[in-house]
Every structure is written in structure tokens, then in C-alpha cells.
Write a protein that binds this ligand. Structure first.
Ligand SMILES: Cc1cc2nc3c(=O)[nH]c(=O)nc-3n(C[C@H](O)[C@H](O)[C@H](O)COP(=O)(O)OP(=O)(O)OC[C@H]3O[C@@H](n4cnc5c(N)ncnc54)[C@H](O)[C@@H]3O)c2cc1C
Length: 380
């Protein structure tokens, strides 16, 4: 029988976490994924579990997610290599230091404690930091995790909790049919449910468009690389705070010793071919910027590069919440960067919303209704 309380379309971190939290609320769930869970953005990302620097309105959701990251072993039986290593943003100019300080002041009202660190203190605590960094802002309990592990771990936990997972199954279309939706797939026929949740990442717009809710979604490919392993020294995740895109770089060292890094301008990506290109000049530019932060990395070898298909909306925030046209239809897609950190919180919030009709975490800024065409005014 292909009927459940909820059908979820898309098995990235949003879909897998939603399936898990919906099962914890007792709803029957079918999760449908075209490829394998975590195969797209959720498995190719940098792995930053960072709240520092987010829009202030997103901090309640990020805080809810951070609480879940800390309880992964108890909730899903795996830690996904999450470490609360701290997240340090350094800067090169007094103007930028003032911006970091203002953000730290504003973020404290949302329960995010950040510590400004002067140039001297910075080099005392992190002796490998280069002379160009004049200040830093430290988030002590942000950190990083392994994206290859996380969405599949939530998917497996959802299955253990009773969810049905259909991988290798592409949703071709969704239609209302009385009380139910009919969800047509290429490989496994039709599934039915009174509630559908679209968590189809950079492909979500195709499905929302069929319900009269297109969104101006574009796709790009952030540029990633990893170095050979070095002795483990760099505990926090690093970022550079700068208004100049070519100076942006973020990096983290994993316990095995490799340094994963990204930043700078994004490369081309396509949600038709499902590919994202690596631009060698970006990878090398980021490397030069990483070396500015930690000069001792000058001679380390890069061993692999990659990118992933990431979705963006013009206001840089996702679509999350109920459809504005169709009762029973919900969306959580179009996460414009930084979606990995909030993923577990998104799953928890969407499960709460679907099960109870409301959520205690504000998600109003993410309503799909913000893209609705303005109603035509009557001709005088
Ligand atoms: C290179 C890169 C670096 C990033 N770095 C970070 C970072 O450090 N920190 C951070 O917080 N965020 C980061 N992000 C962003 C983050 O990865 C994404 O916001 C997040 O993973 C989005 O998750 P998702 O589940 O919405 O999308 P996805 O992971 O893309 O999952 C969507 C799934 O839907 C499936 N699907 C689509 N259409 C259909 C269909 N018709 N039928 C069935 N299945 C379908 C796809 O196959 C896919 O598996 C990065 C992203 C990229 C690409």
C-alpha cells in the first residue's frame, strides 16, 4: 500500500531530518529520493556548523538546530563527526572589526554569545595566525561536521523509526486528488498522502511551479578543496570577514589532519545536468587567502577539489512553510548556503508545523507568498 500520512520529496538533509522528526511525532512517512540520500548539496558542502554571521532573524532556527547537533548520538545513534570546535572569523581592517563587534552585540540578544579578540590576544591563543589579521570574533560552541555522513544518518534513523525510504525514485509530478495528493514517480508508480513536503533543494521550484508558486531560484557551485593531512593543530573553523569576495575563505582541519577549504566566487552549476564545475583559478585564489591567515600552510599540497549544486533566491533566504495556494502542501527548499547547519532544525520545525499546525520557531520571513505575483488592480 503506497499511502502514508506524509510524502516527502527529496532526501537531502532537509528531507531526511524531516522524515526522522515526523516519525518521532508518530506520523507515517514515505521519503522519496531520486538518487541516494545526501547525494547533492547536503553531501558536497563544506561542513560548517556555524551560526556566527547569519541573518539575525535566522538565529532562533539556527539555535534550535545547534541544540540538535549536540544530541545527535542520543537522537540518531551517530555523531556525524560533529565537533563543537569553535568558529573564528578574522578581519584585516578596523572597519571590518567594528562590523564584527556590532554583529556580536546584536547577536547576544538572540542567545548567541560571541567574543571579540584583539590582535595580540588572537596570536597568543592561536600562535599560527599571520600578522595581517587585526582582530577576530569567536563563537565558542559553533563547529563543523562531516556532510558525507549526516543526511544518510538521518535517513537511516528515520527508517529505523519506521519511515519508508525510496531511493533511486524520481518524482515526476504531484496532483491533488480529493483529500489526498497523488505523487507520480518514474520507477515505482504512484504514492498517496494527504500531506506532501517538498524538500527538493535546487529542484524545488519545478514542483512548486505546478501549484502556481514559481520562485526566482538560481543555482551556483561553491568551490571546495582538501589538502594532504598535516599534524592536527587548527581546532576552530576559520572564516575571513571582508567586503571583498576574492578575500573570502573558510577552512577547517579534521582530526585525520586534512584541511578542507572553500570561499571566493562561486562557479557555474546546473539543475538540468545536476553538475557543478570547479574553476582552478578560484581554488588557487582561496589557497592564497588561506595562506594569508595561516602563513605556515604555504607549501601544503591540495589533493582533491569539488563543487556542488546550491540554490539561491534573490533575498538569500529559503522557502519554508505551508503553500499559499494548496492546503496540505508544505515547502522547505532553496536554502541559499548555510543550510547544512540549520538542516536538523528545519526538519524539527517542519515536523512540528505539519503535526501541530504551528511552530514555536519563527519562519515567517521564509514564506513562499513573498514571491507571489502582485494582484492586478481593477481598471478604474
Ligand atoms: C559546495 C557547497 C558548500 C556548502 N557549504 C555549507 C556549509 O559549510 N555550511 C552550511 O550550513 N551550508 C553549506 N552549504 C549549503 C547546504 O549544503 C545546503 O543549503 C543544504 O544541504 C540544502 O539541503 P537540501 O536538503 O535542501 O538540498 P539537497 O541536499 O540538494 O537535497 C535535495 C534532494 O532532492 C532530490 N530531488 C530533487 N528533485 C527530486 C525529484 N523530483 N524526485 C526525487 N528527489 C528529488 C535531490 O536528488 C536531492 O538529493 C553548501 C552547499 C554547497 C553546494
Amino acid at each position: 500500500m503506497n499511502r502514508s500520512d506524509v510524502v516527502i520529496v527529496g532526501g537531502g538533509i532537509m528531507g531526511c531530518a524531516s522524515a526522522f522528526f515526523l516519525r518521532r511525532r508518530g506520523l507515517s512517512v514515505t521519503l522519496i529520493e531520486r538518487g541516494l540520500t545526501g547525494q547533492q548539496a547536503s553531501g558536497t558542502n563544506f561542513g560548517n556548523v556555524r551560526r556566527q554571521g547569519r541573518y539575525l532573524h535566522q538565529l532562533p532556527l539556527a539555535n534550535r538546530a545547534r541544540e540538535i547537533w549536540g544530541r545527535l548520538p542520543e537522537l540518531i545513534g551517530e555523531d556525524c563527526e560533529f565537533v563543537a570546535s569553535g568558529h573564528l572569523r578574522v578581519c584585516y581592517t578596523p572597519d571590518q572589526a567594528a562590523r564584527l563587534e556590532a554583529y556580536a552585540r546584536d547577536a547576544s540578544a538572540y542567545g548567541l554569545d560571541l567574543e571579540m579578540i584583539s590582535a595580540n590576544a588572537l596570536r597568543h591563543r592561536f600562535p599560527y595566525i599571520g600578522r595581517e589579521a587585526i582582530a577576530g570574533c569567536f563563537a565558542p560552541v559553533d563547529g563543523h561536521a562531516n556532510p558525507r555522513l549526516t543526511a544518510p544518518a538521518f535517513g537511516r534513523a528515520a527508517v529505523r523509526a519506521g519511515a519508508r525510504l525510496e531511493e533511486g525514485t524520481e518524482v515526476l509530478g504531484i496532483e491533488r486528488d480529493g483529500e489526498d495528493f497523488r505523487v507520480a514517480t518514474r520507477e515505482r508508480g504512484e504514492f498517496r498522502a494527504p500531506v506532501v513536503l517538498v524538500t527538493a533543494g535546487a529542484w524545488g521550484n519545478r514542483l512548486s511551479s505546478t501549484f502556481g508558486e514559481p520562485v526566482p531560484l538560481s543555482v551556483h557551485g561553491p568551490q571546495m578543496a582538501v589538502t594532504e593531512p598535516l599534524p592536527y593543530r587548527i581546532e576552530p573553523t576559520f572564516g575571513v570577514s571582508t567586503p571583498h569576495v576574492h578575500e573570502t575563505v573558510y577552512f577547517r582541519q579534521v582530526k585525520r589532519g586534512n584541511i578542507v577549504y572553500g570561499g571566493s566566487t562561486r562557479g557555474p552549476a546546473s539543475n538540468e545536468t545536476n553538475r557543478a564545475a570547479v574553476l582552478p583559478e578560484n581554488i588557487l585564489g582561496q589557497f592564497a587567502q588561506m595562506r594569508r591567515v595561516i602563513p605556515a600552510l604555504a607549501r601544503v599540497a591540495i589533493i582533491r577539489t569539488w563543487s556542488g549544486v546550491e540554490s539561491y533566491l534573490p533575498d538569500d533566504v529559503p522557502v519554508m512553510g505551508p503553500s499559499a495556494t494548496t492546503p496540505g502542501l508544505f515547502y522547505a527548499f532553496g536554502f541559499c548556503g548555510a543550510g547544512f547547519q540549520i538542516g536538523p532544525g528545519v526538519g524539527d520545525v517542519m515536523a512540528e508545523l505539519i503535526a501541530t499546525g504551528a511552530t514555536t520557531t519563527p519562519i515567517e520571513p521564509y514564506s513562499i507568498a513573498r514571491f507571489a505575483a502582485p494582484a492586478e488592480s481593477p481598471t478604474p
